[in-house]
Design a protein around this ligand. Structure first.
Ligand SMILES: Cc1cc2nc3c(=O)[nH]c(=O)nc-3n(C[C@H](O)[C@H](O)[C@H](O)COP(=O)(O)O)c2cc1C
Length: 312
């Protein structure tokens, strides 16, 4: 079953939850444009999540969901809020949602954990989750080590549940590749940062438009918290400190509030400009609807061309 049939959306696409960026308004705009919008609850507390869900509901009658980062201290309360507010889809990041899955399933919520390796698939499949978002290291934000190309088929081989590819999808060609790897659709993040509707600071958008293929790097590997961001002063200083063997406390001086500095203040020097490797493919700021339509249309064209090319 394709992802759009599973979710009731027009396109087989999920907008990845993005902490401090994916507000109720943005998620509603994505849902109205034909993909599944997700409220990124990462930087919220239970009350602000509830407000964002209500704002989203007021702005769209299309399906939408919530992304809960399990390391967030408010995650247990948020897990209740999504049930109380009648949210239909929950994705989870940064941990194992075992304790919440039974309650969510009881409430009829579709649950898709984000996985960066197959170990979590083995643990979570028996809990009755609805599928997996297999996220490769090309992605923006918190990442694992495996590439989308290597990860998706291995997750697919381990489960009969739907697999959604995340990381490195910003064109029809890449979306077609996600299907070829066995995914039923894709989760996208970076390419939506340069949408007109995305509420990040203009400086952040311009930095993305200027970025080339090799302009992202991963900070935090030495302390077990790898994050892909655009190279800038903050990234250079952070990586230099990591090479000197700085501990977690010292490194946190750089990352504390750094995403907010990028998103709200447009501080491209000391802010953390989370972005995936597809940043080099972004050339203009466009409405969400155009970005999503083009992705899906080009995917269909590429798939046909490919079939002809391989003689199918
Ligand atoms: C700025 C930014 C912030 C992100 N924040 C989160 C988050 O809070 N929770 C999460 O599960 N994933 C987060 N991600 C990952 C996205 O949900 C998505 O899986 C990823 O962006 C897909 O890969 P792409 O960046 O190559 O499109 C973030 C990605 C970006 C670019």
């Amino acid at each position: 079953m394709k992802l759009n049939e599973l979710l009731g959306t027009e396109f087989p696409l999920i907008q990845g939850g993005m902490a401090n960026i994916a507000t109720g308004e943005f998620a509603a705009a994505v849902s109205n444009a034909g993909a599944l919008g997700l409220i990124g609850a990462g930087g919220m507390n239970a009350d602000t999540l509830r407000e964002n869900i209500r704002r989203c509901k007021a702005l769209t009658d299309k399906p939408f969901g919530v992304n809960i980062m399990l390391m967030n201290p408010a995650a247990p309360e948020m897990a209740k809020v999504v049930v109380e507010e009648g949210v239909k889809v929950v994705t989870t990041g940064a941990g194992v949602p075992s304790q919440y899955v039974p309650v969510w399933k009881e409430a009829g919520i579709k649950v898709f954990p984000v996985v960066a390796a197959t170990a979590l698939v083995r643990r979570l499949a028996p809990l009755g989750v609805d599928g997996f978002i297999a996220e490769g290291t090309e992605s923006g934000g918190h990442v694992g080590e495996l590439t989308t190309m290597a990860l998706v088929p291995q997750v697919k081989a381990m489960t009969d549940l739907p697999v959604i590819a995340a990381g490195g999808v910003a064109s029809g060609r890449q979306l077609a590749a996600a299907f070829a790897l066995g995914a039923c659709g894709a989760q996208i993040g970076t390419c939506l940062l340069v949408s007109q509707e995305c509420p990040i600071h203009e400086n952040y958008k311009q930095a993305l438009l200027k970025a080339k293929d090799s302009d992202t790097t991963v900070t935090g590997r030495s302390v077990g918290a790898p994050v892909r961001i655009l190279k800038n002063q903050m990234a250079r200083e952070y990586l230099a400190k990591e090479r000197e063997g700085a501990d977690k406390m010292e490194l946190e001086k750089y990352t504390l509030g750094s995403l907010r500095r990028a998103v709200f203040d447009g501080d491209t020097k000391t802010g953390s400009l989370m972005a995936g490797q597809v940043a080099g493919m972004l050339h203009e700021i466009r409405p969400l609807r155009i970005i999503l339509e083009e992705l899906w249309h080009d995917c269909q064209t590429e798939a046909k061309n490919l079939a002809a090319e391989v003689g199918a």
